[in-house]
Write a protein that binds this ligand. Structure first.
Ligand code: BT5
Length: 334
């Protein structure tokens, strides 16, 4: 920990200098040897920071869009979410890690971020492709005072926070596909997976793990064959290369605003309105594919519980819960 702290002190000193700083100067300021400084510089280079060493003169930081826990933390403007931040170079799934972290007693608002996931998961154990340095894969651990029935609203609220963040950083707002996907130019750029542990009798949630996977920097050819026609990224959708650290920090801020600053879920009117505005298929014919039956229906609206209201072909109206359906749109599987 002390080593890490010193490493980032070296980094911040170089950042402030906006030019060359000699090894001797750094050593003196931090009260360590030149060799110790050199070691920290090497460690920072290893993390991806472009630090040049100019012989007999010192070190200079070439600003680069590095993705580390430190870069998220220094951008973070939150009170709770992400104040306990665990950054992993590689992990099977940040949601899996979060569940273990919950069992180990990590606090409310803990965030687990990974540079890459080897077994990133979607719903129903589907795979979520999570290559390194292309996107943001993170899980927010919550210990909320809410019941199981409100958990669906957490997913919807998260979709709004994730979409707001894209809009703030690149000026284009993604569309939303109920319940948990964001789209740009008819390609999926983001998926959300909310998992929880709850008491069977009371329905009280003991913790929730809200996982968000956002594609930022991929080009079409970067996706594996099977996703090439259906997946996209913020870069493909807006032409902007958003740095993962910028996205992660802004997302956590937006999430906090909805979840902590505004009395969730009593503030549902605000985010449900935005959610509704983002939905790109209201009024359209969709295919509802449930566990027991599949049918066509017209998508009408979202109700106050976040359920999708559809009009079936016999005219009856059904309120769909999340998780029990998937939807296909016309010939395109958006
Ligand atoms: C989701 O499931 O989209 C939820 C994804 C949640 C991922 C986050 S990342 C951090 C946290 N840790 C995890 O392990 N998971 C969460 P679903 O709606 O079931 O969609 C899965 C489908 O999306 C797959 O079957 C593919 O068709 C498609 N897909 C897979 N990887 C994708 C990607 N990177 N971008 C766009 N689409 C993808």
């Amino acid at each position: 920990m002390a080593e890490q702290k010193r490493r980032y002190e070296v980094l911040e000193r170089l950042r402030q200098a906006e030019g060359l700083v000699s090894g001797g100067e750094l050593a003196e300021e931090l009260g360590v040897s030149r060799t110790a400084v050199w070691k920290q510089i090497a460690a920072l280079q290893e993390e991806g920071y472009q630090i040049e060493s100019v012989s007999n003169k010192g070190y200079i930081l070439r600003e680069s869009a590095v993705f580390t826990g430190h870069e998220i933390s220094r951008r973070l403007q939150t009170h709770t979410v992400g104040q306990n931040l665990i950054f992993l170079e590689t992990v099977d799934s940040t949601n899996e890690y979060a569940k273990k972290a919950a069992a180990d007693g990590e606090p409310d608002g803990t965030v687990i971020v990974a540079r890459q996931q080897t077994k990133g998961r979607g719903r129903l154990s589907r795979k979520f492709e999570s290559p390194s340095d292309s996107g943001v894969y993170l899980t927010i651990l919550l210990r909320p005072e809410i019941s199981l029935s409100d958990l669906n609203l957490v997913t919807l609220m998260t979709a709004v926070a994730a979409a707001d963040t894209v809009e703030q950083l690149c000026g284009v707002c993604p569309g939303i596909k109920w319940t948990n996907d964001l789209y740009m130019k008819e390609r999926k750029i983001c998926g959300i997976l909310t998992e929880c542990s709850a008491e069977g009798e009371t329905g009280r949630v003991s913790y929730a793990a809200v996982g968000i996977g956002m594609n930022l920097l991929q080009e079409q050819d970067d996706f594996p064959e099977e996703l090439r026609e259906i997946a996209g990224s913020v870069r493909m959708g807006s032409g902007k290369a958003v740095a993962p650290a910028d996205y992660a920090a802004a997302l956590l801020r937006n999430f906090e605003r909805y979840f902590y600053d505004e009395n969730f879920p009593d503030n549902r009117a605000e985010f449900l309105e935005k959610y509704r505005e983002g939905l790109f298929f209201l009024g359209e014919r969709v295919e509802v594919r449930g566990l027991r039956e599949s049918y066509f229906a017209e998508a009408l609206d979202i109700d106050a519980e976040g359920r999708l209201l559809v009009r079936r072909e016999d005219g009856s109206i059904t309120a769909l819960h999340s998780g029990e359906i998937s939807i296909r749109f016309g010939k395109e599987n958006r």
